[in-house]
Design a protein around this ligand. Sequence first.
Ligand SMILES: NC(=O)c1ccc[n+]([C@@H]2O[C@H](COP(=O)([O-])OP(=O)(O)OC[C@H]3O[C@@H](n4cnc5c(N)ncnc54)[C@H](O)[C@@H]3O)[C@@H](O)[C@H]2O)c1
Length: 663
Amino acid sequence: MEIKKVAVIGAGDMGHGIAELFAVNGFDVTLVDKFPQALEKAKGRIAASLDKMVERGKITKDQAAAALGRLTYSGEAGSAVSQADLVVEAVPESPELKKAVFKEVSSHAPRGAILASNTSNIRISDLAEAASGPERVVGMHFFNPPMVMKLVEVIPGARTDPAVEQQTADVCAKIGRTAVKVLKDSPGFIVNRINAADTLFFCLVQDRGIASPAEVDNFARGQGLPMGPYELMDFVGVDVAADSLAYFAQALSPEYGKGKTFASMAKAGLLGKKAGKGFYDWSTGKAQIPKVPATEKISIMDIFALEINEAVKLIEEGVAGPDDVERSVILGMNRPFGPISVAKDLSNAEVKSKLEELTKNYGCQIFAPAKSIMEGRLRDAIEGRLAPKEATAAPKVEAQAPQTKGQGVVRLERLPGGVARVVLNRPKFNMVNADVLDGLDRVITELSSDQETRVVLITGEGSVFSSGADLSQFVSSSLAFMEFARKGARTMRRLAEMPKLTIAVLKGYALGGGLELALSCDLRLATEDVEMGFPELTRGLVPAWSGSQRLPKLLGISKASALILTSERIKGRRGYEMGLVSRLIPPGDPDEFAVQYATQLASSQAPVAVMLAKRLISKGAEVALDDGLEMEAMAAGLLFGTEDLKEGISAFLGKRKPEFKGK
Ligand SMILES: NC(=O)c1ccc[n+]([C@@H]2O[C@H](COP(=O)([O-])OP(=O)(O)OC[C@H]3O[C@@H](n4cnc5c(N)ncnc54)[C@H](O)[C@@H]3O)[C@@H](O)[C@H]2O)c1
């Protein structure tokens, strides 16, 4: 679909600039605002900006007039979006307000329209949930002012269609912007995540009375910055800084809530320029900054170390690679260089000790060195030698991560009625690492020869099955990587060949390596809302724990290609309709249902017959039909001598439940 018509919702600082940018570049634009006075103001701002561009010779008079002619204004979002190919939401930064807008807009926009949010920090997946058709919702984060700043962060939500993400990046190029594709939907994306650590730092500087705003700002100006951090905060709005820290505290880590000064200033109405007073008096329209000496209690190294640390965390978490982090900071913060090039001139030890000093002095764990810096691997991180994580873009990773209970990463529980339950138990959505594979190998060995066990359930601790393989440990070489792939595939094979009925309990997320684990089970139970998919190709990987081989055998080449090659995420019901899921779990506790289901099968299915049927199905798929039929006849012959067969027939004739012995 070619994007021609754009609707921008919210005509404030950002919305009017975004609308102008599209109009100047030949798009038909409708600018929407709930408040008529906001629309009037936007009209005036756009006209003044176009005049200035003509004055400066950037566009001709005719071009400015044509841009104005392409702009229309509306007070009603529903009708404005009904013809739009792209909707850009730019209402104030409130999740509730934005969700309401997405709900309304998605019910009026054409099915194929892209619905983008200009949110500064909020996870796109959270907003997408409110929309009908979350696969068309994407983040399109412009920087202020949009007519000047070249960067747009393009962020896929958990369910965004990759084609929508690509089209959004393509349209950025058409309006002369550089799109940086953010790899993972994480609060603040790239630039504002790096900013958030700085903001917290400057808040704590005030909380602890380390230096006055003027002392800090005079120091910053002395370093060549056009504005100090507090003047800038006054300029943007102290409430904006307070709100963003509050969002990070709720969405990423409570440690962001440690700073107090900004929130109490916002509460007191000391919002900065727009209120006439913030850190400074703005009654004359300019900040009155007292002429005091620059502080010596803060050094430029404090800021460098904090930004490098956040950059490394973004790389470790798979949010962005080093080049994109560097590019985003340069373009989004208008800097001559970014944290990656600064880090190249520093040693791991320098950065680490600075961060440790800041953590101690300010009592804040956000400043603690990232894992790679702790391990002396700053170079590996900034030179792109950390393995990409196969992490999900799932919301609230920290908050929802199940607690490890000290029973190891794979817990074996024996339940009554011949059922064994294997529970994956790792932080971050039960990601599968080498320890988990070892744990699985151990329980497979133990349960394979256990006469009591008839059915094996595989589930995840908490609300998630598994969000995939955790590749972070295996980064040293392609050989190590290959070995990790082989190790996983070996475990999957052993699981598939286990002489027991195996059932995966898919809930929350079953992605990548997690889904490959499920494919190696005989049956897959799934909740309606589980998200399943293979994100590997979006990380530059392929499913390497037998998924690329098992999936086509299970679903056929066409369906397997659709899932693997597009990395589309599907829910339980789609999976059921495709044949990926054997049975849907009704509403309620998925594990409780799974245990009932397994217990029933453990008593109704004859164990030796299960073992032989499993082999007939898996091996039969690899041989010619005649050979398969021969195997089938031999299996039937083998079963003839078993006690289970006698018991099965006698129970059937006697109209009673069989009591199989597995002999
Ligand atoms: N200002 C920045 O520097 C900046 C930079 C990047 C992103 N953002 C993000 O862009 C978004 C907008 O920020 P802003 O600074 O332009 O805010 P703003 O307050 O200047 O503008 C928001 C506009 O939305 C309008 N509005 C409110 N509710 C509405 C509704 N239901 N329907 C239609 N219009 C409605 C308001 O009347 C206002 O004109 C926020 O999410 C913000 O975080 C801001």
